[in-house]
Design a protein around this ligand. Structure first.
Ligand SMILES: Cc1cc2nc3c(=O)[nH]c(=O)nc-3n(C[C@H](O)[C@H](O)[C@H](O)COP(=O)(O)OP(=O)(O)OC[C@H]3O[C@@H](n4cnc5c(N)ncnc54)[C@H](O)[C@@H]3O)c2cc1C
Length: 422
């Protein structure tokens, strides 16, 4: 039986190109938000060929065909989120607590904020769960002796936050956070909505750093990718791929890819995996037979006409070079904190948000702090705006510590609100 991909059906259908960045982004967004879809590869899907569907212009890809038959070409995440019924807009004009970022820190703040009677909004740009949500198994989070999948932990946290009354929105973000220390903070969201909040927690984690290999920039989206979403491995069955990076994200991505790829080359600058990766990931990488690990090495060159074809890896000690033919290169080399929406905030030399006691050591800060109390432990240089989780200077980059920060942030929010009323 043949099925017309453009005829109404109960599924969202997406027509696109496997490796194009816009298709990768949309697939990642939908998968992580738990939205089912049927993927049709415009170049290779036999159904597309069989039905003789004309190949749309690259500029309109991906094309989304919704269950009611309507079509959106090259839609934004917000367009798609609204069409598939994800909650994207705040319901109220004013909140006691607004949390920016829906990883473990943000979700915990939402749980505690809502359960303690604060009108609480959480704004997530991509998908709830953050980095932890992309991990196939978190082995060391207290209370789960067999580990727990990141997606399951996220789902449980979402249900808990919603049951307690927190409002969670996705596909939206904060465009700009102005600040008036004596009143509610006005927030403008990227979809144009505005709201006021009496306190805010930044919990937006980190963004990946760029790879400095000759040719890599030109091939981004054409075989070179930043990040590797869970589920992407199904597009690399039987392929040769490489993962650059020595942290937990890189280790997890390599293991995911190794399930279906022919070979995975992991390239790490450090001379030992243990320097940046949890012990359980190191063990699994070292015992997975189709993973090769290049320690003390870096990618110096990425080559290919329209698509990545090969990379050069150089040993930092011996300068010996190895060339590898590849289908894809995933770059996960650590990050810069997300926080551009609040540009005035004081940061450390790596860009992480300074808070509480660390601020008081900053030259000239005490003279400019506007309140008759010192900043609380998680409070940034903007009073009433707290930072929790990986984004905070000095944070231990673990799920448990992000959760701890999220819980502590709400305690401090109560103090911020009490102080503002005096
Ligand atoms: C693959 C992997 C495996 C890991 N395994 C473990 C483990 O086993 N044990 C462990 O303890 N830790 C582990 N970690 C580390 C742990 O996941 C992180 O330390 C933790 O997720 C940090 O939480 P967070 O809430 O601070 O930030 P994140 O998890 O980074 O969440 C930040 C959220 O903010 C959102 N965001 C960013 N910018 C904006 C914006 N402008 N507006 C709105 N939202 C925005 C992001 O989309 C993201 O959802 C792992 C990490 C990875 C990537």
């Amino acid at each position: 039986m043949s099925v017309d991909p453009l005829a109404p059906s109960s599924h969202l259908r997406i027509l696109g190109r496997i490796a194009s960045p816009s298709s990768v982004n949309l697939r990642d967004f939908l998968t992580r938000n738990g939205v089912n879809y049927l993927w049709l590869d415009i170049d290779n899907d036999p159904l597309v060929r069989y039905l003789g569907i004309a190949k749309p212009d690259e500029a309109v890809l991906p094309v989304c065909v919704f269950p009611d038959g309507t079509v959106l070409e090259a839609p934004t995440r917000l367009d798609v989120a609204n069409r598939v019924g994800l909650h994207t807009k705040p319901e109220h004009d004013i909140y006691d607590l607004t949390i920016i970022g829906g990883g473990p820190a943000g979700l915990t703040a939402a749980v505690y904020g809502a359960s303690e009677g604060l009108r609480t909004l959480l704004i997530e740009r991509d998908a709830l769960g953050g980095q932890a949500g992309t991990s196939s198994r978190i082995e060391n989070y207290l209370g789960f002796p067999d580990g727990i999948g990141g997606a399951e932990l996220t789902e449980r946290a979402i249900l808990q936050a919603q049951r307690l009354g927190a409002e969670l929105i996705v596909a939206n973000s904060v465009a700009d956070a102005h600040h008036t220390p004596l009143g509610p903070v006005p927030l403008e969201l990227t979809d144009g909505s505005t709201l006021e909040t009496r306190s805010a927690v930044m919990a937006t984690g980190v963004a990946y750093r760029r790879l400095e290999a000759v040719g890599a920039n030109e091939l981004v989206g054409k075989g070179v990718y930043y990040g590797a979403a869970p589920g992407e491995e199904r597009f690399y069955e039987g392929c040769d791929v490489s993962v650059v990076g020595g942290g937990n994200s890189a280790g997890q991505a390599a293991l995911n890819l190794a399930r279906l790829a022919r070979g995975v080359a992991v390239v790490v600058r450090a001379d030992s995996l243990a320097k940046g990766m949890s012990h359980y990931l190191v063990e699994r990488l070292e015992t997975t037979t189709n993973i090769d690990i290049y320690l003390g090495s870096e990618v110096t060159l990425a080559e290919g006409e329209d698509q990545l074809e090969r990379i050069t890896i150089r040993s930092r000690a011996s300068e010996a070079e190895t060339q590898l033919d590849l289908d894809a290169l995933f770059v996960l080399i650590g990050g810069q904190p997300h926080g551009d929406y609040a540009p005035g905030i004081r940061r450390d030399d790596k860009g992480f948000m300074l808070t509480g006691p660390a601020l008081m050591n900053e030259p000239g800060f005490a003279d400019r702090w506007p309140l008759d109390r010192t900043p609380y432990f998680l409070e940034t240089s903007m009073s009433g705006l707290l930072a929790a989780g990986d984004i905070r200077s000095g944070a231990v980059k673990r799920v448990a510590s992000a959760v701890g920060d999220g819980a502590m942030a709400v305690q401090l929010v109560h103090q911020v609100l009490q102080h503002a009323q005096r």
